[in-house]
Design a protein around this ligand. Sequence first.
Ligand code: DAK
Length: 257
Amino acid sequence: MSSTHIIVTKQHGYAIVQFNRPDVLNALNMKLMEEVVGALESLDKEQDVRCVILTGNEKAFAAGADIKEMADASAIEMLTRDQFARWDRIRKIKKPIIAAVSGFALGGGCELAMSCDMVVASENAKFGQPEINIGVMPGAGGTQRLTRAVGKVKAMEMVLTGRMISAEEALRWGLINKVVPVEYYLEEAKNWAREIASKPPVAVRLAKESVLKAFDTTIEGGLEFERKNFYLLFASDDQKEGMKAFGEKRKPEWKGK
Ligand code: DAK
């Protein structure tokens, strides 16, 4: 399956969505974002896809929203064409998304990586929110998700100076999960995707939903939500199978229901 600005491939149990505007370091224009969000929504409905990897190429995950596309827009144009509304749809994707990042992950690229559920990076990955250098500020989570991930002072450092941080720094700051040599970053993401694809899908879905709930609720509300999802899993065949298989010392066979 392919389209103009992205390449979608399916492997056993998971799919890869690759940005494909290498000449402009995968700058995220409206068309690319529509394709990415459309692909994520359609993969979310496919039963044999249990996890999705978002990636770019070795040189760039994505160097941000397409500056040339928005340079001349007025505030009212930005508001009415609402080109960024599609970014919100990523939050609604139920299957786990892993970002496999190499090279630049800047501005919207960094924000897109942060919208994913996990991030595997190559040693040459660079993360940053450089919008301040072009007269604006982050608009897709760079002040919110970043601050929750790395804390106030480090978020301020990135947002106010626009400085890029290395993969090692990003790892230390808690922005990403793992750093590997550049030749392995996609392989590593595939290993994670395969592992998640081998887990019971309903439990994966409710677990992702519950972790995300922590971002927009009180601890009390979150614990209540978690508990209800936990109880709900006792209505699944997979819970019965998982616990039975444990007792019988064998590998469970998931049905996804
Ligand atoms: N947009 C458009 N073109 C870009 C680009 C971008 N973000 N980044 C790079 N390119 C293009 C360059 O213009 C150049 O094209 P040609 O000149 O060859 O035609 C080509 O990619 C190669 O780039 P360079 O020649 O600059 O390559 P270098 O290796 O010298 O430098 C760089 C790499 C990444 C340091 C540099 O390209 C750079 O600084 N790029 C811009 C990074 C940036 O400022 N990114 C933030 C953009 S603002 C929102 C959602 C999202 C956003 C906002 C709101 N809502 C939901 C409300 C996001 C905003 C942003 O991301």
